[in-house]
Design a protein around this ligand. Structure first.
Ligand code: NAD
Length: 458
């Protein structure tokens, strides 16, 4: 079954190569209309999977996708137009340009943490580029996955967009098929499996992976401002965001004040009725009990190794719930510092010299983002030069995802390739180089043998 659909998709992909812009635009318009009409259903699915509040669904799931659709529709003509290239002196008289063409049949594998956004945003880029698509949503967010199936079957024929639900075995079966491009969002560990499978067919890959994004607070920075932004970025979606600040550096002299401010902000956001985080409608849940157990064991390990829980720490396996939690007295041998946390725990490390912080970050695998809170341009420049990451964000956290004209992605362990906007479109496109020579004209005669006579006089 998979084989037949993929074959049909590859055949259709060849036709799509000639697909008109109005064809692609029509598909994108229909997708936008479907999202608008089904917003309530999307809200319900995300609440069932992750306890996501409806307001948050609009901001982080559907609005972003609609923004992507609007940007693609507005720019499709420009993105698909031939881009003229200047000819160097020795090639004067030739014409050169770059023409984006669809890569062909694409596979999109998505995770469960922003299951609508991270499935549909790459789908938008693929449709804009003219690819046919097979979508494989995560088995851990079944309500959203079922809704995506309805969306795909209502809007598209399987040769254009097909969807496969299910677990690892389905993904493995799909990865055996000869796709032209694989767009994967998920863990670094599975990213390696995907890249290995893609190499069998020499399919290109976009890997949007995880990692540990550090946050640094420079000494002179306003702690209230930093705490407010960090509280949201770390604890939204119960900490299950790839770009969440994973661990934090604060100056030794400001540790107490910062933790108090962070505690205040967290309570203001997620315990405003003072009934506890578990009863607050805006605080999310861990995706399943297996991940809740994993988080509890990270915390237990930290406590055993001398970590101090500054606030939070309550966990309920039955309800897949964990309080916003901050741990201090953190050491490098703790699992909290070795694994991506991907939950509502924030380890806090103190420093004396900023240089030491930058050095420590440099020693670790390259993260998706480095977050810096500083008003000093020299510190920003120093951080830019001495760290490498998918993004550097100054004076905020995680907002880079919402800027869809800024390419989004990682480097090394945090991924490769870029998504969003034009970069997303290019990920699903082959930028074909086209060179046209004039009839009867050649490159300099020196290039044509016999060489001996011509070079003898040099
Ligand atoms: P995951 O890697 O476990 O799963 C992602 C997808 O891969 C799922 O569809 C799953 O079915 C499939 N899969 C899992 N194991 C597989 C295997 N052995 N062989 C083939 N396919 C397999 O990731 P997840 O738990 O769904 O999501 C969390 C991870 O995703 C975190 O590491 C997070 O940082 C990362 N993430 C990255 C981004 C980004 O944009 N960079 C965004 C969101 C999440």
């Amino acid at each position: 079954m998979t084989k037949e659909i993929i074959h049909a998709q590859k055949v259709k992909a060849k036709k799509n190569q000639q697909s008109t812009l109005s064809n692609r635009t029509k598909k994108l318009e229909q997708l936008k209309e479907w999202i608008r009409t089904n917003q309530k259903e999307i809200d319900k699915a995300l609440y069932a999977d992750l306890h996501k509040p409806a307001a948050e669904v609009v901001v982080v799931e559907t609005s972003f996708v609609i923004m992507e659709i609007n940007l693609a529709i507005k720019n499709l003509k420009k993105w698909t137009a031939p881009q003229k290239v200047k000819s160097p002196f020795h090639m004067l008289g030739t014409q050169a340009y770059i023409q984006a063409e669809p890569k062909g049949a694409a596979l999109i594998i998505s995770p469960w943490n922003y299951p609508f956004n991270l499935s549909v945003a790459p789908l938008v880029s693929a449709i804009a580029a003219g690819c046919s698509v097979t979508l494989k949503p995560s088995e851990h967010s079944p309500h959203t996955s079922a809704l995506l199936r309805r969306m795909v079957t209502e809007l598209f024929v399987p040769e254009d967009v097909a969807i496969y639900e299910g677990g690892i075995s389905i993904t493995q079966e799909l990865l055996e098929q000869p796709f032209d491009h694989v767009f994967f969002t998920g863990s670094t560990q599975v990213g390696k499996i995907v890249m290995k499978a893609a190499s069998k067919h020499l399919a290109s890959v976009t890997l949007e992976l995880g990692g540990k994004s550090p946050v640094i607070i420079d000494q002179a920075f306003d702690l209230k401002d930093a705490a407010k932004k960090i509280a949201l970025a770390r604890f939204i979606n119960s900490g299950q965001s790839c770009i969440a600040p994973d661990y934090l550096f604060v100056h030794e002299s400001q540790k107490e004040e910062f933790i108090a401010e962070l505690n205040h902000q967290v309570n203001h956001m997620y315990n405003s009725n003072a009934k506890g985080f578990a009863k607050h409608k805006d605080y999310g849940r861990i995706i399943n009990s297996q991940h809740t157990v994993r988080l509890q064991s990270l915390l237990d390990d930290a406590k055993e190794k001398g970590g101090h829980v500054e606030f939070g720490g309550e966990c309920s396996l039955d309800n897949c719930f964990m309080e916003p939690t901050v741990v201090s007295h953190v050491s490098e041998d703790m699992l909290l510092m070795k694994e991506e946390i991907f939950g509502p725990i924030l380890p806090i490390i103190t420093y004396h010299q900023l240089d030491d912080v930058l050095h420590l970050i440099q020693l670790k695998p390259k993260p998706l983002a480095v977050y810096l809170f500083s008003t000093d341009d020299n510190v920003t420049e120093l951080t830019r030069k001495h760290t490498s990451s998918g993004a550097l964000v100054v004076n905020d956290c995680a907002i880079q995802f919402m800027h869809n004209e800024l390419p989004f992605g990682g480097i090394g362990a945090s991924g490769m390739g870029r998504s969003h906007g034009h970069a997303g479109f290019l990920g699903f496109s082959n930028e074909k180089s086209i060179l046209i020579q004039r009839t009867g004209k050649t490159l300099p005669k020196l290039l044509y043998p016999p060489y001996g006579l011509k070079t003898a006089g040099i």
